[in-house]
Design a protein around this ligand. Structure first.
Ligand code: HDE
Length: 701
């Protein structure tokens, strides 16, 4: 049995060829053609046989038949035919990156888990972010929950914390998961809609499942349209257990807090981003890591005991409820840094298999029924998706610590036990691994009692109080967005009864919210739904709002600078300098992707042609244009839309005085405090300071 984490070479090790991620021309070299590069390795078949010609199949005669013996051709096509594996049944569209977890505060009094024993200890990590409903090829900025799955390669095995960017879930019992997922995915008869919840089946199900109301408030909020993975929180959702060396247990909830703060896009932006750049989120992550701007989250824990759990208004085992930070403060014990993009998307991001059952000594489950149900589902689904029980042999899934067991054979077995003993107990002298009662994972000795039955406990019965608490904890702008989200989604339901049933639930959550949505839909308010338990008014929590927890700098954000021929390069340079000083990025948008000639005759390269770089792709925009250039842009639809959208989406806009004709043509005839004229290069830093706020919300109120 091999005993090292580096069991099998990765794709990168075996297939190592000169780095082809960056084109030589991008690095400023002319670029040699692969065919003429003497350092390029010789192409081989999968058997390692050198290939002489990869352009032409083997034929009998110049224009004669293809020959069966052309094993290079047959092997190539055969392998291509089998390239696809089933996509994940949910969370199919995802994007992963490598990094590490660093313990910043040791907590041995709470857990014996090795990764938390010493401040400064680093544990390798792989993270996969995802949308839930859409297929693998859908778009990134769908209104949806985001998966936030973390694999921690600890010295005592892999711990998978398979979380979401929303701290609660739709359902209380795992037996409803297939129904939930069927309802949100494409309808079985027509095969659409794709990657959205704005349709009858979803809202039909939801309207009949009042326990989903809290989660619905979250998914209709801007939490479901994050600006990027880097600006969203992650949550373990369930209550887990920490178990210390003495076998004592504490309940724990896990939170990932982004260092950059929280930021979301607005719905109209989301719709347009999905057209302009369906890969918006994955590109953002890739670009940030490649630029050395490593995304980072703090790991916060909420720790509590049975006494707190008993006093808490809700059941801590109910995944449709959260514990407000104000009631149980968060203690930061570590940080997660993503510092390496994948070498190969399929090998790593596609083949990574998260399983909630993967825990390590010091971490344990609770009786949260959803968590228990997940423990079956993840292992089961990976076996089908990755083709057999040996998916743990795939490098991205293999532990990085020594491992020894007697599991053997099966499809694609890469490492079987060596020697004769493959069972335990055995009496061979070197008879393989033995369990260790000290070091081994021991389940927490919780006492259990009860009658076997199918039931929903009374302590899970309140479905509305936390939904109301969430809604009332939002700023007025965020409340409007929730109302608009609900109105939009329900307006896509053809069946009026479904809309009315949802309105009935909204009346129990908040009458104002229900009225706004009813008004938006053009319906009279129906009778309120009849709650299983009357909701209570809970204290609002600032931590539930995005806007109250937003960024405090332009770090990690992007300024789009629209330029034309004859533009003032000094203003441009000053903007770039100010953005870079804050840790942000700049992208140049021009009428042509070849770039522009500045007023001093220099050439400035562009990143985007105006049609491909609409303002929705940027956090703020600047127009550094000549008068002639502004006039030309004013005649182009994408030019006008660039400005009109930036204005409509409440973006901060800076412009050189020459931009006036473009504003006129875009229908922007007013100025406000979110707009600034760049009279000179020295105005640039002040503008970027203003951009620290997410948007100029007054314009959108
Ligand atoms: Fe999942 N979920 N889930 N889920 N889930 C899957 O496993 C499931 C739930 C989450 O990037 C599947 O490998 C059940 C909650 C993430 O690869 C599947 C229930 C939370 C990912 C599955 C839930 C999640 C998944 C599909 C209710 C947040 C993507 C593919 C009992 C705490 C992981 C796969 C990745 C994926 C089942 C509910 C998060 C089918 C039965 C709650 C982030 O096994």
């Amino acid at each position: 049995m091999p005993d090292t984490g580096k069991l099998y070479p990765t794709t990168a090790d075996t297939q190592k060829s000169p780095d082809s991620t960056t084109h030589p021309a991008e690095a400023g070299n002319a670029g040699e053609l692969h065919q003429t590069n003497p350092d390029a390795p010789v192409m081989t078949t999968a058997q390692g046989v050198p290939v002489s010609d990869d352009q032409n199949t083997l034929r009998g005669g110049e224009r004669g038949p293809a020959l069966m013996e052309d094993f290079h051709f047959r092997e190539k096509i055969f392998h291509f035919d089998h390239e696809r594996i089933p996509e994940r049944v949910v969370h199919a569209r995802g994007y992963g990156a490598h990094g590490y977890f660093e313990c910043t505060e040791a907590i041995p009094e709470l857990t014996r888990a090795g990764l938390f024993q010493e401040a400064g200890k680093k544990t390798p990590a792989f993270v996969r972010f995802s949308t839930v409903a859409g297929n693998k090829g859908s778009f990134d900025v769908a209104r949806d929950v985001r998966g936030f799955a973390v694999k921690l390669y600890t010295e005592e095995g892999n711990w998978d914390l398979v979380g979401n960017n929303i701290p609660v879930f739709f359902i209380q019992d795992p037996i409803k998961f297939p129904d939930l997922v069927h309802s949100v995915k494409a309808a079985p008869d027509r095969g659409f809609p794709q990657a959205q919840s704005a349709h009858d089946n979803f809202w039909d199900f939801i309207s009949l499942m009042p326990e989903s109301m809290h989660m619905i408030m979250w998914t209709m909020s801007d939490r479901a349209i994050p600006r990027s993975f880097r600006f969203m929180e992650g949550f373990g959702v369930h209550t887990f257990r920490f178990v210390n060396e003495r076998g004592e247990s504490h309940f724990v909830k896990f939170h990932w807090k982004p260092k950059l703060g929280l930021q979301s896009v607005v719905w109209d932006e989301a719709v347009k981003i999905n057209g302009a750049d369906p890969d918006f989120h994955r590109r953002d992550l890739w670009d940030a890591i490649r630029a050395g701007d490593f995304p980072e989250w703090e790991l916060g824990i909420q720790v509590f005991d049975d006494e707190f759990a008993d006093k808490f208004d809700f059941d801590v085992l109910d995944a449709t409820k959260l514990i407000p930070e104000e009631e149980c403060p968060i203690r930061v014990v570590g940080r997660l840094v993503l510092d390496r993009t994948v070498d190969n998307f399929f090998a790593e991001t596609e083949q990574v298999a998260f399983c909630t059952q993967n825990i390590v000594p010091g971490i344990d489950f609770t009786n949260d029924p959803l968590l228990q149900g997940r423990n079956f589902s993840y292992l089961d689904t990976q076996t089908k998706r990755l083709g057999g029980p040996n998916f743990t042999h795939i490098p991205i899934n293999a532990p990085k610590c020594p491992f020894h067991h007697f599991q053997q054979d099966g499809h694609m077995a890469m490492h079987n036990p060596t020697g004769r003993a493959n069972y335990e107990p055995n009496s061979w002298s070197q008879g393989g691994p033995r369990p260790d009662p000290e070091k081994g994972l021991r389940s927490y000795g919780e006492e259990l009692e009860g009658t076997k039955r199918r039931l929903r406990p009374e302590s899970f019965a309140d479905h509305y109080s936390q939904a109301r608490q969430f809604y009332l904890s939002q700023t007025p702008i965020e409340q409007d967005h929730i109302a608009n989200g609900l109105t939009f989604e329900l307006s896509k339901c053809v069946v009026e009864d479904i809309r009315l049933r949802v309105l009935g639930h909204l009346r129990v959550i908040d009458e104002d919210l229900a009225s706004k949505v009813a008004d938006g839909l053009g319906h009279d308010l129906p009778e309120p739904a009849k709650p299983a338990r009357e909701p209570v008014d809970l204290k609002t929590s600032d931590k539930l709002s995005i806007l109250k927890n937003g960024p405090d700098s332009f770090k990690g954000r992007k300024l789009g600078i629209l330029v034309t021929d004859g533009m003032d390069k000094t203003v441009y340079d000053a903007l770039v300098k100010a953005v870079e000083a804050e840790g942000g990025m700049v992208e140049v948008v021009a009428p042509k992707v070849g770039g522009v000639t500045t007023s001093s005759g220099e050439k400035l390269k562009a990143n985007q042609k105006i049609d491909g770089g609409p303002s929705v792709l940027y956090d703020a925009v600047a127009l550094v244009v000549s008068e002639e250039g502004a006039k030309q842009l004013a005649e182009m639809l994408p030019g006008k839309q660039f400005v009109a959208d930036a204005f409509g989406h409440g973006k901060f806009i800076a412009s050189t005085p020459e931009a006036a004709p473009l504003f006129d043509a875009s229908g922007v005839n007013e100025t406000d405090d979110g707009m600034m004229t760049l009279k000179a290069a020295s105005d640039a830093p002040a503008f970027i300071k203003v951009c620290r706020a997410v948007r100029f919300w007054d314009r959108m109120a």
